[in-house]
Design a protein around this ligand. Structure first.
Ligand SMILES: C[S@@+](CC[C@H](N)C(=O)[O-])C[C@H]1O[C@@H](n2cnc3c(N)ncnc32)[C@H](O)[C@@H]1O
Length: 260
């Protein structure tokens, strides 16, 4: 019987080929977080790739924003920092424990005039269409994912890893992306992101949504202010080529149908 670590390594070596040893070594190093302080009471440290992904949604201004999987809240803070008059964020997190952490982060970092415009909910993101449809100008779906950077440092999780985990997470992210598109208003934007390495959880999820909703959305170009690699639908930031930032995949979609 194969030992668990080689199963994980064999799989990713098959995906990344000769790049895998350098990428694995970069994943094992401590991340290089960026201190984000724009409009906050005190700086919040998050991965530079997370900051780049949240910024890709654009300035939030006076818009209605939904952050579907928000805890611990780093990207919510980035979105809140550009909220203008009339703007409002719904920051959602299903886990009660992580929701408490999200509330603590929002309370500690947001000035009162921004904090009062960020509401926190505890719904299942995949079922959002049952609660609200066509309701938001901007939706961030930072989906639960393989998160190999954390996995690689946890021998217990690494030992129980199998490719089925990727398939399960990709299926869950796909259901959430359909819900995010339902929640967005026509003309609204959806930023899909995952801190995963494999295309199955990145472009693969967008591809499946496009097959399901061929006229449902357009894929928009998105910039990135740190080194990134273009993919079929979005961008990925991988730590071996981005000074330790990432992994992060993100793609920006616009729901079809025009504003109104
Ligand atoms: C990648 S993390 C989000 C990180 C966060 N956006 C940030 O930048 O700080 C994904 C989050 O989704 C939450 N989650 C998992 N399943 C969910 C579901 N069905 N509905 C809502 N949230 C969920 C997890 O508890 C986790 O906190």
């Amino acid at each position: 019987m194969k030992r668990a670590k080689p199963v994980f390594d064999d799989y990713y070596a098959g995906v990344f080929q000769e790049r895998w040893p350098a990428l694995r070594a970069a994943l094992e190093k401590p991340p290089a977080p960026a201190a984000f302080s724009c409009g906050l009471l005190s700086p919040y440290c998050l991965d530079a790739a997370s900051l780049a992904a949240a910024r890709a949604l654009g300035e939030t201004g006076g818009s209605r924003v939904l952050d579907m999987c928000a805890a611990p809240g780093g990207k919510t803070l980035v979105l809140a920092s550009t909220l203008g008059p009339g703007g409002r964020i719904t920051a959602n997190e299903r886990s009660a424990h992580r929701r408490r952490r999200l509330l603590a982060v929002l309370d500690a970092h947001l000035p009162p005039e921004l904090r009062c415009r960020v509401g926190v909910t505890g719904r299942d993101a995949a079922r959002w269409g049952l609660y609200e449809q066509n309701a938001y100008d901007s939706v961030l779906l930072d989906a639960p994912c393989s998160s190999e950077r954390h996995l690689i440092l946890n021998p217990k999780h690494l030992a129980s890893w199998s490719p089925a985990r990727i398939r399960h997470l990709a299926q869950q992210a796909y259901a959430m992306l359909l819900a995010a598109l339902a929640a967005a208003a026509p003309g609204g934007r959806v930023l899909y992101s995952v801190c995963a390495l494999c295309a199955e959880e990145g472009d693969g999820v967008i591809l499946r949504a496009r097959e399901r909703l061929p006229e449902g959305f357009a894929v928009l170009e998105t910039g990135c202010d740190i080194p990134s690699e273009k993919t079929l639908f979005g961008r990925k930031v991988l730590p071996d080529r981005a000074g330790g930032a990432g992994p992060m995949y993100f793609a920006l979609l616009e729901k079809r149908g025009g504003k109104g």
